[in-house]
Design a binder for this molecule. Sequence first.
Ligand SMILES: Cc1cc2nc3c(=O)[nH]c(=O)nc-3n(C[C@H](O)[C@H](O)[C@H](O)COP(=O)(O)OP(=O)(O)OC[C@H]3O[C@@H](n4cnc5c(N)ncnc54)[C@H](O)[C@@H]3O)c2cc1C
Length: 370
Amino acid sequence: MNVAEFRSNLRAWLDENDLTPPPGDHSLDAHHAQHSRVLRALYDAGWMRWGWPESAGGLGGPMILRAIVGEEVVGRGLDEPGPYSMLEVLTPTMIDYASPELAAEMVPRLLSGSETWCQGFSEPGSGSDLASLTTRAEQRGDSWVVNGQKVWTSFAQYATRCVLLTRTGGPDTPNHAAITAFFVDIDTPGVTVRPLRTMHGVDEFCEVYFDDVVVPADRMLGNPGDGWQLAMDLLPYERSTCFWQRIAYLYSRFDALVGEVRQLGQAADSHLGDAYLALHTLRCRSRATQHRLADGQKLGPDTSIDKVLLASAEQQLYDTARDLMPGVIELDDTAWRTEFLYSRAATIYGGTAEVQRNIIARRLLDLGKE
Ligand SMILES: Cc1cc2nc3c(=O)[nH]c(=O)nc-3n(C[C@H](O)[C@H](O)[C@H](O)COP(=O)(O)OP(=O)(O)OC[C@H]3O[C@@H](n4cnc5c(N)ncnc54)[C@H](O)[C@@H]3O)c2cc1C
């Protein structure tokens, strides 16, 4: 099956199998239930398995098939871009770093929506400077005992498991060799999850506390000291491949904005054109990234360009909504307000705009440290 045929078959299947979210409930609980429902249906019909290796429950085929599924599902509003993006962030890591047995057992659970997982990297004092993290894991016999705190852990209240970064090296171990990753069950005694309310009124992320949490040694991802490399391999996915479906969503919001501006009787002005151009530039860049990955290339610091373009295009779209629909964001309790507020996070999550620009300057343009 070629890519165009795949897409048209998927579209026909989605037309026949109505997965539209039930109307009226915009809570996070409803989004989570819808995420599980959509993934279950797509997995059972095989769509969710294309583009993933057979060793981890996939059906093989080029990775570009995953991008097409995400684009159709999120672009049609069947799932939210945030929860859906966790698939592209965490699954490649599990395939690359978990033991083959663990990946074969666990990955199908994520792809089929029977479980969701979270990413426990950031800590109160360690965000951009991730290498300074202090959550500790100490070996005791066949197990490791984890103590510490994570923060901004998206959807941890729904997660069954967590890809967790810990410090295992001693005081003399250089930072980047001292970090080890584990795949931790959230229901292990000693794990406490406390949701945090964001300014857009949703408990999207959480504090997660670890008090003497015992993790079996076979839940280590890679070897002791591989955690930094795992993070460096994961972040390019977080800064690129998971954007394709988010872009599809932003296009659908752009179309909605054009419709609402017309209804208000406003002339379409150059701001709409500028917002479209930013979105289109982002989509062109992201398309090239999806193809590079499908061709077997490894992603790296170049994905910081995707991240900067995404954050700028997303914020520009919602700034345009604010400017062209006076008062709607400030006075009306609509999705535009929630999304405008959430768009401010685009220059923070997955690496802040300033840090991405530093990476572009230093590692891609070789401009030196200052
Ligand atoms: C919506 C959302 C979801 C998130 N989900 C997760 C998640 O699931 N899991 C997870 O682990 N984390 C998550 N995060 C956390 C995110 O990764 C961090 O917020 C991000 O890495 C920045 O870290 P920080 O918040 O500690 O800010 P800091 O690193 O303290 O930065 C504060 C400010 O200083 C600037 N700054 C810092 N260092 C430099 C530098 N060297 N040069 C120039 N400027 C600098 C930053 O750009 C920023 O403006 C999420 C964040 C958001 C907003």
